[in-house]
Design a binder for this molecule. Structure first.
Ligand SMILES: [Zn+2]
Length: 826
């Protein structure tokens, strides 16, 4: 046998030592023909490890983190032996070429291609394809690796993948059943697409709220590839989709990026045509919303692309689709392997030009707005800085006293004074195009038909006052923060209330059994004015806590929470500390509905919010169990966005109302409001748009999609009027910018408090169709409807959508802890 191998080596003397003879194929390694079974995540990773072992001079695996369920995340670096020896030099050269690292690039003829598989867990053909792609690169396609570094992420979302694969493996028939009604083609709630917290990781690139994204971005920004591909799947009747993308394309996308997408697409088409495989291009998948696996890389200078295979969580190992075709996993992974290799081929063939164009992309001297200046409370500015750091976008502090330009709060030209804490972000920096995408007031839309939201402008999302200036604003490097002073003995301590940091501080105090009060009216003490919502921790309330001052000091230091000492319960201006307007915060027991009927995304956002952001306990109750649940164990019940038709039967609705009347509090979000609108005992009502005019019935068939968009709001930003005296709005001013995700509209409450509502329908950013706008004027955004001793709280707009609208989060915390605080203690 030895001799035989040697003889082979002589025969194939052109091949390097890492030939197919030593590298295990996926089929050999897995013990089944690839595509005839779904491989669990660890099998995929084990295969990559086996290949690394067989070809260590060409493959290097790097562990880049862990998921919430403690699965390891890996990147595989695949290239020629010569490149592998100087991998770090190649990486640094690339950053120098983009101006992201000091120094002159010495060589710029290596292409860097990053292939991301299985970001959606139940689009499961792609991790299978990652194995075959790796194998083929190292066997049939060695030539391409001479001038290409291929970075493979075989499983971006291993928790989701295993949720799907484990479910499928235990559900499927033997042999698999192609009947789409079979249980193996119908995943249960919440399905395998999202990650542990049920977030869609392909909407999270910019916001980076999830650990998978956060850990990946560190490596992404270290490497800054020239090409990035995100492998997906769509419905079982769809053919394959690849680049070029559909309009709208963001205006910063360069001509070269557009052209080269087409060239790549044409190269794929060559292979697909040869086999007679169907595909489509230039439709449906646009490049606008910046948080995708195609747009983010594109706005960071790469050729960012999405490839979509028909299949998805429904397809299993094989399914008979509506066109009478049995779509198999083998077929799905073959297509993904073909486009993956074709992508590497195009990068290799155009390595030099990729480098040249990549370098040009990072020159940003010609952008319209030169500086974005932001001011607001320190916590909000800090959370913005945290976000910018995740993307290694530079920022400084302002030195000017007055800046002018486009004023976000008014939507007009204006000016304001800045203090030394104001943050300045210049667009003339290597990542300036991303700065433009994230900060510009209104994204230019070449087409209103888009796949996603059309507004995300950071000043609105973070609740900061901002100016976009067409001339460069003076700035200086940020000074380090002063340390907090230790607390001295006092009557009590007051904390401000206007940020998530304040909310986390409160949550921690409650968990540690502190008695905390909040004020419903402003007061002055110790020569300081405290606003509504300010937290008060008195020594008298907390005699049960040993070494109370020292313990409070520790918590305050850990949370970097400045506290003001007060020396007496007698205020300079009322209320005094014993006033009924200063109330104890109840240590709320919070429950949430999950499961069938709830939107898994919305439930996941709330779950993640309580567990990972607020750090406050939350009990999850399955909707199936609602009728037998003893609600009296909780103070607050949260209803995520969803369709509760089957949950709130007449009996269950009565049960819910009875619990509220006796002091319970329901927080209903977005679609959950439908369960109460127009029902007996509720003042909540739909606002129906005026009847469409006759003209619409004469719409041509070909224009039907466009006509429909007239009724849509695809994530647009509106100014709302806020009743800042209501506890749900503590910490806010009388103006709040809301992200509207749809056109559902509810009338102003007749019996209840309208905490925030739309007073006019000016669109500050994003797209809203004319018909949809008509119905929006004078409609509810947030409100409270008291019922008996309790309340229904309505949140028409979901402030936790993808968890990126930072400025909306406090409304929810206020709703939990401050609204209708008469609630009993359990
Ligand atoms: Zn997908």
């Amino acid at each position: 046998m030895q001799k035989f191998i040697l003889a082979l080596l002589v025969v194939f003397s052109g091949l390097t030592l890492t030939s197919a003879q030593t590298i295990p194929s996926p089929t050999d390694f897995l013990g089944y023909d690839i595509g005839t079974q779904f491989s669990r995540n660890h099998q995929v990773i084990d295969y990559f490890k086996a290949v690394e072992k067989a070809a260590p001079h060409q493959v290097k695996l790097e562990n880049y983190g862990k998921t919430n369920e403690r699965r390891d995340l890996y990147l595989a670096f695949v290239t020629s032996e010569a490149n592998m020896k100087q991998l770090e030099t190649i990486r640094e050269n690339n950053l120098k070429n983009a101006g992201l690292l000091e120094g002159e690039a010495t060589a710029t003829d290596i292409a860097i291609v990053w292939l991301s598989y299985n970001v959606h867990g139940n689009e499961a053909s792609s991790s299978e394809a990652s194995m075959l792609t790796l194998y083929k690169l190292l066997t049939e396609q060695q030539e391409l690796l001479k001038n290409t570094v291929v970075i493979i992420d075989p499983s971006v979302n291993p928790d989701g993948r295993d949720r799907y694969v484990n479910w499928y493996n235990r559900t499927k028939s033997e042999p698999y059943d192609v009947d789409k009604q079979a249980s193996e083609h119908n995943e249960p709630w919440p399905a395998g697409r999202p990650n542990h917290y049920l977030f869609d990781l392909n909407r999270d690139w910019v916001w980076a709220t999830q650990v998978e994204t956060q850990q990946r971005l560190e490596f992404y920004n270290k490497w800054m590839p020239h090409v990035h591909v995100d492998f997906h799947e769509q419905g079982i009747n769809e053919p394959y989709y690849f680049a070029p993308a559909a309009e709208p394309l963001h205006e910063i996308i360069t001509d070269w990026q557009r052209d080269f997408q087409t060239q790549i697409g044409q190269n794929h088409a060559k292979y697909f045509d040869k086999e007679g495989w169907l595909f489509f291009t230039r439709e449906r998948f646009d490049l606008l919303y910046p948080s995708y696996g195609d747009t983010y890389p594109t706005f960071m200078g790469a050729m960012g692309m999405t490839y979509e295979q028909g299949g998805h969580g429904m397809a299993g190992l094989g399914i008979l689709n509506d066109e009478g075709h049995v779509l198999t996993l083998v077929e799905r992974l073959t297509h993904h392997t073909t486009t993956g290799l074709s992508t590497v081929e195009m990068a290799s063939k155009n390595a030099k030009q990729l480098n040249t164009e990549f370098s040009k992309f990072f020159n940003n001297t010609n952008l319209k707005y030169k500086s974005y200046v932001l001011k607001g409370n320190e916590d909000k500015l800090n959370s913005l800085k945290t976000l910018l750091n995740k993307h290694q976008i530079a920022f400084e502090n302002a030195t000017n006293t007055k800046v002018s330009g486009y004023h976000y709060a008014t939507g007009k030209q204006g000016s304001f004074n800045v203090d030394a804490n104001a943050v300045v972000v210049h667009s003339n920096q290597p990542k300036g195009k991303m700065v433009k995408v994230l900060f510009e007031p209104n994204t230019k839309l070449s087409d209103s038909l888009t796949y996603d939201i059309t507004a995300w402008s950071l000043p609105y999302a973070y609740g900061l006052d901002a100016i976009a200036s067409t001339s460069q604003v003076q700035s200086r490097i940020i000074l380090s923060k002063k340390a907090l002073q230790n607390l001295n003995d006092a009557y009590g301590y007051v904390s401000k209330w206007n940020s998530m940091e304040d909310a986390q501080f409160l949550a921690e105090l409650l968990k540690q059994n502190f008695k905390v009060r909040f004020t419903e009216k402003p007061f002055t003490s110790n020569n300081t004015k405290f606003e509504r919502g300010s937290l008060i921790i008195t020594k008298g309330d907390n005699k049960h806590i040993k070494k109370m001052v020292s313990k409070l000091n520790t918590i305050a230091q850990e949370h970097a929470q400045p506290l003001t000492a007060i020396n007496s319960g007698f205020s300079q201006s009322t209320p005094d500390m014993g006033s009924p307007d200063i109330k104890l915060v109840n240590k709320q027991k919070v429950a949430i509905l999950s499961g069938e009927g709830t939107s898994s995304l919305s439930y996941g956002e709330l779950w993640h919010f309580f567990e990972q952001q607020l750090h406050y306990p939350l009990t999850s109750i399955n909707t199936d169990d609602f009728s037998k649940t003893n609600l009296n164990k909780y103070n607050v019940l949260i209803l995520p966005n969803g369709y509760y038709g089957k949950v709130f039967t007449e009996n269950n609705l009565t049960k819910l109302k009875d619990w509220v009347k006796s002091g319970g509090k329901v927080i209903a979000i977005d679609g959950a409001l439908r369960s109460f609108a127009g029902k007996e005992g509720f003042s909540l009502n739909f606002k129906t748009p005026e009847a469409d005019d006759q003209k619409e019935n004469l719409t041509a068939y070909a224009d039907r999609e466009r006509e429909y968009s007239n009724h849509l709001i695809t994530g647009a930003i509106f100014n709302t009027k806020v009743d800042a005296t209501h506890p749900m709005a503590f910490g806010y001013s009388d103006q709040y910018f809301t992200l509207k995700l749809g056109s559902s509209a509810y009338n102003i409450l007749e019996n209840g408090y309208n905490v925030a509502y739309l007073n006019d329908t000016k669109v500050f950013s994003g797209f809203a169709g004319q018909q949809a706008l008509k119905a929006l004027d004078q409609t509810l955004v947030f409100g409270e409807e008291p019922m008996g001793s309790g309340s229904f709280i309505y949140m028409v707009d979901n402030t936790l959508f993808r968890s990126f609208w930072e400025n909306g989060k406090l409304f929810l915390v206020n709703a939990v802890f401050f609204v209708n605080n008469n609630a009993y203690e359990l």
